[in-house]
Design a binder for this molecule. Structure first.
Ligand SMILES: NC(=O)c1ccc[n+]([C@@H]2O[C@H](COP(=O)([O-])OP(=O)(O)OC[C@H]3O[C@@H](n4cnc5c(N)ncnc54)[C@H](OP(=O)(O)O)[C@@H]3O)[C@@H](O)[C@H]2O)c1
Length: 243
């Protein structure tokens, strides 16, 4: 099992389903976790789910707000240099492209792509000079294939995130700084279950996806740069969802 005792890890989107599971997985392997989320009430849910923990710090941050994100990174690094970050922030809007409003397109782009660029830039500006650090960016398997109907622009944004992260990985590699990408298939969330996805595929559990994200921080993955780990939701003919 990976051991992250003494390591300081930033988790963005920590109040989300995957983000919360990532915080729990990191705490279980000894990491100090800086859990960043946008909405105070959802961060309270994170605290309630994880419980009081001396290695958990919770902060508010909107990753699309460049000055506030920069202030968060400055404050974090004053406490302890970040060894790693797992970026789980994402936004999804269901619906065919013809029905997407201008606002939908703006939110998807700003949250998924612009936010990832701001965070990666801020982290790499700090990690590259000290020649140490790892960033795991959560994209989606929608980045790798034409999206299912109703997710065209989301898929396009995740493809942009994948490109951004892999290109940043190439830029950071000479300094020994790693950028890795996790592309999960549909997660086992209430929304995906309500949409009936579990009827014909084994959805990826948040715990499984969190474990994959954390595993990218060390162990045998320590020598990799720019990996893309895909966790597909497998098609299933079995109503239990397993085969
Ligand atoms: N769910 C799936 O089936 C699935 C499949 C493949 C990939 N993914 C990807 O996996 C990641 C996590 O998904 P999830 O299902 O856990 O999503 P989620 O529960 O909706 O969580 C998303 C998180 O992102 C945060 N966020 C959104 N906009 C933000 C902003 N501008 N600044 C800071 N934080 C912001 C949300 O904060 P608030 O609490 O403030 O809203 C929330 O904590 C996403 O990148 C998603 O695209 C999801």
């Amino acid at each position: 099992m990976i051991d992250l005792h003494g390591r300081h890890v930033l988790v963005t989107g920590a109040s989300g389903r995957l983000g919360t599971a990532v915080c729990e997985a990191l705490l279980a392997v000894g990491a100090h976790v800086l859990a960043a989320g946008r909405t105070r009430t959802r961060l309270s849910d994170l605290r309630a789910s994880v419980g009081q923990h001396e290695r958990l710090n919770v902060v508010e941050a909107d990753v699309t707000d460049a000055p506030r994100l920069e202030a968060l990174l400055e404050a974090a690094e004053r406490r302890a240099p970040l060894d790693a970050a797992i970026h789980t922030v994402g936004a999804f809007r269901a619906g065919p492209l013809v029905d997407c409003s201008d606002e939908d397109l703006e939110i998807l782009w700003q949250t998924n792509v612009h936010g990832a660029a701001l965070l990666l830039r801020g982290l790499l500006r700090r990690m590259i000079p000290r020649r140490q650090g790892t960033v795991v960016v959560v994209a989606s398997d929608a980045a790798l294939r034409p999206s299912s109907p109703g997710a065209a622009f989301y898929g396009a944004c995740k493809t942009a995130v994948l490109h951004l992260a892999r290109s940043a990985a190439a830029e950071a590699a000479p300094a020994g700084v790693r950028v890795e990408v996790l592309c999960p298939g549909p997660l086992r969330t209430p929304e995906n279950e309500a949409a009936g996805l579990a009827a014909h595929m084994r959805l990826v559990s948040t715990r499984e996806a969190a474990a994959a994200a954390v595993s990218l921080l060390g162990g045998s993955m320590r020598a990799s740069h720019g990996s893309v780990i895909v966790l597909p939701a497998t098609e299933s003919a079995d109503p239990t969802g397993f085969r």
